[in-house]
Ligand binder design. Structure first.
Ligand code: MN
Ligand code: MN
Length: 474
């Protein structure tokens, strides 16, 4: 093939026609949409500040659903929107569409749990005249990131008589906070510095400092611990045994914040995966009269493998499908449920790790997602030879990219690190188990799984826009 001689203009046209380049959100939208991006960031921060645990996220989503006309209960044959909460830790919002269910439905699933420190069932102890809670970390954390920083405690305690006590301490300016101690550098050489990073902080040392004042006199046994118990009894009516039936989660204290002089990013705990949860919630609330039935499913336990009654491996989605059949006046059956699910399309709303400027060599630059380039479609996750990955089909990726292009959703593709570097998974494969088409779709974040994750407002908004376009599509 002999090279043709072409004018500069012709070469430019060729390049535009033949090559693919992803674009920054900010280069791709007009002033009006830029204002929408910033306004969306404000709403999202409010959601984060009120949803530091899966239970709080469920409460927020349930309230928003109610306000937007979703019913608590399925009305037989009414064909109207409804929601269903599952054990206070998972929730589904359902908006029946105009087309028959046999044509399949559109599902966005996201997870509302995030890495944290959970209190153990016998957490309270006293050591050298200080009181502590023992913890067991939840999900993939880098333990050193949880030391020497203000922490809050959120969660619920179920009393022996069944009464539920909800707590959230450490967020209000007037609240006390808690902390995990770290060793002074002067004495850290053997205990920490000479060890591998992953081994320098032991899980059993992630103990939360909660008090130091005594009660009684010097003959009183465990005076500091007893003082804490007295406070908890006076304030919440709690006794030590109550911790056994509690879910108390230690999370970073403080609000979501704008990051950068230009306020273009949001720094917060829990972008993974509440960025997708908020986008999915807002998308299903905003998509009016969809053609296909729209479902937004919010699940728990993703960070520990999606097991448990409220995780994506549970049959919650099938239960919701039975409800849906009742809602549209069809006699529910297993056959009908599976017929619908196999013909459905889903987005597994989850974050990806953005190309880290300081650690670019763990990514493969040409295929890594980048901050500010829009919502990221991740065809496969997994590790070492795509093992354990959903790996979306070419047909589905093709359908989705043309949909996003048509409706001006700024999107990019990404993968989770370079080949053989590491990897991870999402809930995509659990939906795929029903035979439906599914792909991972969400923003790329920096400092993922840290107490202060960074997301780009342009990407956050395009995640919402992408979900809305998807739920509203034919
Ligand atoms: Mn996630
Ligand atoms: Mn995660």
């Amino acid at each position: 093939m002999a090279p043709k001689s072409l004018t500069k203009k012709e070469i430019k046209a060729l390049s535009e026609r033949l090559t693919y380049t992803s674009r920054l959100v900010w280069d791709s939208i007009d002033e009006r949409e830029k204002r929408k991006v910033l306004a969306y960031g404000e709403e999202y921060k409010t959601f984060l500040d009120n949803s530091k645990t899966e239970r709080e996220a469920v409460a927020f989503i349930r309230e928003a659903a109610r306000k937007n006309g979703f019913a608590d209960e399925v009305k037989r044959g009414a064909g109207s929107p409804f929601f269903r909460v599952f054990h206070n830790k998972a929730v589904a919002l359902v908006r029946p569409g105009g087309k028959p269910l046999e044509d399949g439905i559109h599902i966005v699933v996201s997870h509302i749990d995030a890495p944290r420190l959970d209190l153990k069932q016998k957490p309270l102890y006293e050591e050298v005249d200080l009181a502590f809670f023992k913890t067991h970390y939840y999900g993939g954390i880098k333990k050193y990131q949880w030391l020497a920083r203000p922490l809050a405690i959120h969660g619920c305690v179920v009393k022996g008589d069944g009464r539920v006590v909800d707590l959230a301490v450490g967020e209000d300016e007037r609240d006390p906070v808690f902390t995990v101690l770290d060793l002074l550098p002067h004495l850290a050489r053997k205990a920490q510095y000479n060890k591998k990073l992953g081994e320098a902080i032991e899980g059993e040392k992630l103990n939360v400092l909660i008090g130091s004042l005594p009660i009684g006199d010097k003959d009183t046994k465990e005076r500091i611990k007893l003082a804490v118990l007295t406070y908890l009894d006076d304030t919440y009516g709690l006794q030590e045994e109550d911790f056994i039936s509690a879910e108390l989660e230690v999370v970073p204290a403080g609000r979501a914040r704008d990051v950068g002089w230009d306020r273009s990013m949001v720094g917060a705990y829990g972008h993974d995966d509440r960025s997708c949860a908020f986008a999915a919630m807002k998308a299903i609330l905003d998509v009016n009269r969809p053609q296909k039935t729209a479902v937004a499913l919010f699940v728990d336990k993703e960070e520990i493998g999606s097991d448990g009654a409220t995780g994506a491996k549970s049959k919650f989605l099938e239960a919701v499908l039975y409800d849906l059949l009742v809602a549209v006046g069809i006699e529910p059956s297993t056959r009908a449920v599976y017929d619908i699910l196999t013909r459905s399309k889903a987005l597994s709303g989850d974050v990806n790790g953005a190309l880290d400027p300081d650690y670019q060599d763990v990514h493969e630059k040409r295929n890594a997602a980048r901050m500010g380039y829009g919502v990221c479609l991740t065809k496969f996750t997994g590790h070492g030879g795509k093992y354990n990955s959903n790996d979306a089909s070419a047909e589905y990726v093709g359908w989705l990219r043309s949909l996003f292009n048509r409706d001006k959703v700024v999107w990019q593709t990404g993968e989770l690190g370079k080949v053989d570097e590491g990897g991870g998974g999402t809930v995509a494969k659990f939906l795929a188990a029903y035979g439906m088409q599914v792909i991972d779709c969400g923003p790329a974040v920096l400092s993922m799984h840290s107490p202060f994750e960074i997301a780009h407002k342009g990407d956050l908004y395009m995640t919402y826009k992408g979900y809305k376009v998807f739920l509203g599509s034919k």
